[in-house]
Design a protein around this ligand. Structure first.
Ligand code: SAM
Length: 284
């Protein structure tokens, strides 16, 4: 008998991975969590039957959500991560010596506990002394923050279920207020390819544009996410991800990466024409 994990990427498209073993399953207060093991992708976990990460391709998402903003402003010291309970984004952030404080706000403690148990490499830096974990809703957490952070990373689930509030106008307005004058907001920005995802992308872009003078998107190839093509948002109060980026400065840090590099940094902001059109026509 064969065991397969199948995820609906659109009402007419399904993506399947042959599974060797289903190792864990639980329902938390917020979502169902499953951990499986596969020949092709190693261990992976899903929330409400949506892929979160696999051992084989998580480096792409976590490097791109972290190193792009970190390479634009070398003075980032105070960082807020919303979501990201697997620890992958925190792991990449802790590679920067200049960072003094990382607040991780994850709504679901069970995600952190499961990742500490089953994804030791991804969760390995959650114990770094600069990291403080808060088990709270990111929207509630950020409501009373003012001029505090150099960088906010929104490493959330999709805009359904617990992640819904992290795609709202109120949330983006709170992020703007919580950032200082050189502040950068990076968020996982869904996929432009299938309509169910591109609708969310368009409304998120329109909402972000209403607050931030710089609102750009950049892309990465993530094999296990819908369509394999994913976008991240880069919004800031003034820093430009290409003009304010200094490749030499970042390369001198000697941070070893598997996906991110300084040529890709510039290239990833060059989007296909159909994506540019989606963004031009973005609406709430
Ligand atoms: N890379 C992933 C993706 O896009 O599929 C995201 C991974 S990370 C595990 C997403 C995390 O966001 C989940 O652990 C989830 O519990 C958390 N989350 C969802 N809504 C949240 C909220 N309102 N506040 C804080 N964390 C939230």
């Amino acid at each position: 008998m064969e065991l397969w994990y199948t995820e609906e990427h659109s009402p007419n498209v399904r993506f399947s991975i042959k599974v060797n073993k289903h190792i864990y399953s639980a329902q938390s207060e917020y979502q169902r969590i499953d951990v499986m093991e596969a020949e092709e992708f190693g261990r992976f976990f899903t929330l409400d039957s949506l892929m979160m990460l696999t051992e084989k391709d998580e480096f792409i998402y976590h490097e791109m959500i972290t190193h792009v903003p970190m390479a634009v402003n070398p003075n980032i010291k105070n960082v807020l991560v919303i979501g990201g309970g697997d620890g992958g984004t925190v792991r990449e952030l802790t590679r920067y010596k200049q960072i003094e404080n990382i607040e991780l706000v994850e709504i679901d403690k069970l995600v952190v506990d499961v990742c500490k148990e089953y994804f030791k490499f991804t969760a390995s830096c959650l114990k770094d002394k600069r990291v403080n974990i808060y088990y709270e809703d990111g929207l509630k957490y950020i409501r009373n923050k003012n001029n505090e952070y150099d960088l906010i990373i929104v490493d959330s689930t999709d805009p359904f279920g617990p992640g819904e509030g992290l795609f709202t106008k109120e949330f983006y307005g709170c992020c703007y207020r919580a950032l200082n004058e050189n502040g950068i907001l990076v968020n996982q920005h869904e996929s432009p390819y299938y309509k169910i995802y591109s609708d969310s992308l368009q409304s998120a872009h329109a909402r972000l544009k209403a607050f931030f003078p710089i609102t750009m998107l950049y892309q990465a190839h993530i094999p296990t996410y819908p369509s394999g093509y994913w976008l991240f948002g880069f919004s800031s109060k003034g820093l430009n991800p290409i003009k304010d980026f200094d490749a030499k400065r970042w390369n001198n840090l000697l941070i070893e990466t598997k996906y991110y590099n300084t040529n890709l940094h510039v290239g990833c902001f060059q989007l296909p024409t159909y994506v540019n059109k989606l963004l031009e026509n973005s609406y709430e």
